[in-house]
Design a protein around this ligand. Structure first.
Ligand code: ADE
Length: 229
């Protein structure tokens, strides 16, 4: 799967995603991440890509033309028109089902805004999906884009090793992960639950299921309600 990130800070997304599991997925070709610097399409020697808002008001607005031209540049390397996500607090709140859905795309464009926003006309022309990563306001769309690339990538076949894969299931049935322990079997006087040392696989599985339910009920009861819907 190929991610194209339209941004004013290409080094931020490239450095961040070239690390850990996404970095490994890039290295072995399961995903690619291309950060496109919107400033390269400014059309002026100062690299200026923003201007004052019509009607007045605070802050600057990102201009339509550089974003549109950067998008056209991406189209030259994709077979068909890709979905274009604009990261904004005004979008639909991102979740695991959306990550799975986006992971079926061959190409995905992520548009990162800055300043007071982006000229509405280019959004109308190119954006297919408006996505927020939560009800708070960040200074730009780069961190949200990186969150999306991470969550989507781990749903792309081959990105997670078999060992990583078990953890994939943790949210798929809207239940939180059960507690985990590793050596030593006693730490600060706290013992690992006996059942985990028993080697009795059926009992261990039953205990983990109970823990998942209890933990979800205590920490995220809203998820249990979702299961009933
Ligand atoms: N840009 C600024 N805040 C954001 C958020 N919460 N989600 C997505 N994009 C954003």
């Amino acid at each position: 799967m190929n991610f194209y990130i339209l941004t004013l800070f290409p080094e931020m997304v490239e450095n961040g995603l070239n690390t850990s599991i996404t970095g490994r997925a890039i290295a072995n070709g399961h995903i690619s991440v291309k950060a496109i610097n919107i400033r390269d399409f400014s059309g002026n020697k100062h690299g200026k890509v923003d201007d004052y808002p019509y009607g007045g008001g605070a802050g600057m607005v990102m201009q339509a033309a550089p974003i549109y031209d950067a998008y056209q540049h991406i189209l030259a390397s994709t077979d068909k028109k890709p979905r274009v996500v604009y990261l904004t607090p005004q979008g639909k709140v991102f979740n695991q089902d959306m990550a799975k859905d986006f992971a079926t795309e061959e190409d995905l464009v992520l548009l990162c805004g800055h300043y007071e926003g982006i000229d509405e006309r280019v959004l109308e022309l190119i954006v297919t999906d408006y996505v927020s990563i939560g009800d708070y306001v960040l200074t730009g769309g780069e961190l949200p884009a990186m969150v999306m690339v991470d969550a989507i990538s781990r749903m792309v076949p081959g990105v997670l090793s078999n060992e990583d894969s078990a953890a994939t299931e943790s949210f798929s049935d809207n239940l939180l992960e059960y507690p985990q322990y590793t050596r030593p079997d006693e730490f600060m006087g706290m013992k690992v639950p006996e059942v985990l040392l028993s080697g009795h696989h059926a009992n261990i599985e039953k205990w983990r299921k109970e823990q998942s339910h209890a933990r979800t009920l205590e920490r995220r009861p809203d998820l249990l309600k979702k299961n009933k819907d």
